[in-house]
Design a protein around this ligand. Structure first.
Ligand code: T3D
Length: 277
């Protein structure tokens, strides 16, 4: 059974973590398969959004601890090495994917599984789902961006308590605290998540990718630096066919039809200014 399923939908891909008997915990093979399908989704111009979810009753239980048994003759694993080889590239892939990534948390999300969900752009979860910073229970620290995302999303006080107690956080509380976008009825999760991804896949893909870049940079930028970045990225957004289509549709009082196409290679801001006048 493939540990990752990638299903092509209209203009988007559904990527499913598929080791349900291990609550979709990661082993090396699953990491490699996920990296492959995310790279394919990034490169495929027909794919304009991604939906990430899990098979079975869990979203993901983080690292498969069966692969971390000690005392069986092998050397102790270097966890810094596996973080470097697998978890960090995964978070970077999700954050830099030039299209929206929706995460449908279909059940418990623990350890790296919780933080991988937080690395996605929009997170929906079933009301019965829980987010568990399970690391403290096994003597580890939150990885996969947990120490970056948590304080920014929920504030220091809540981040510290979640990290140090490893208490499960119910999806509704996660939504109320701003950790995720929303909690929905269990039976409604997939239809809501699919409808949202389907909608995002019809939107101005390049503009969304540029907005994602601006948001990613804001955590480390001063206001001045961020204003400069917004200027530069807006220049690029203003050169996309979808921007032009949106303005024409607005002025023509009709619905826009976005293609997600990149701006022409020779586009310049001044050329666009001329085209708009
Ligand atoms: O190692 C490195 O490379 C560094 C990177 C680390 C990243 C990490 O993610 S470290 C954190 C690893 N994850 C955990 O510590 C979570 C461990 N799991 C749990 O705490 C609980 O299972 C859950 C909170 C996720 C769910 O609890 P519950 O009560 O709903 O289910 P359960 O009964 O505990 O688990 C069901 C089965 O899944 C069970 O197997 P069994 O007894 O039915 O055969 C359990 O062993 C298995 N399972 C759950 N999590 C993992 C797992 N098997 C392997 N690895 C897991 N992480």
């Amino acid at each position: 059974m493939a540990s990752i399923r990638s299903e092509q939908r209209r203009e988007w891909r559904k990527i499913v973590l598929n080791r349900p008997d291990r609550l979709n915990a990661f082993n090396d093979e699953m990491h490699e398969a996920l990296a492959r399908v995310l790279d394919e989704a990034a490169d495929d111009v027909r794919c304009r959004a991604v939906l990430l979810t899990g098979e079975g009753r869990a979203f993901c239980a983080g690292q498969d601890l069966n692969d971390r048994r000690s005392g069986e003759g092998g050397a102790e694993p270097d966890l810094g090495d596996t973080v470097e080889r697998f978890y960090n590239p995964l978070v970077r892939r999700l954050r830099s994917l030039p299209k929206p990534v929706v995460c449908a948390v279909n059940g418990v999300a623990a350890g790296a599984g919780a933080n991988i969900a937080l690395a996605c752009d929009i997170v929906l979860a079933t009301r019965s789902a829980r987010f568990v910073q399970a690391f403290a229970k096994i003597g580890l620290i939150p990885d996969s961006g947990g120490t970056f995302f948590l304080p920014r999303l929920v504030g220091e006080a809540r981040a510290r308590a979640l990290v140090m107690t490893a208490e499960p956080l119910a999806a509704e509380t996660a939504a109320a605290w701003g950790l995720i976008w929303k909690a929905v009825d269990d039976e409604a999760l997939m239809s809501e998540a699919e409808a949202l991804t389907d909608h995002l896949a019809t939107q101005p893909t390049q503009g969304l990718a540029l907005a994602k870049r601006a948001l990613a940079a804001s955590a480390a930028n001063t206001l001045d630096a961020q204003l400069d970045l917004e200027r530069d990225l807006q220049r690029l957004a203003g050169q996309t066919p979808d921007y032009r289509e949106a303005v024409q549709a607005f002025l023509g009082k009709r619905q826009p039809k976005f293609t997600g196409q990149p701006r022409p290679p020779n586009a310049t801001a001044s050329a666009l200014a001329g085209a708009q006048s």
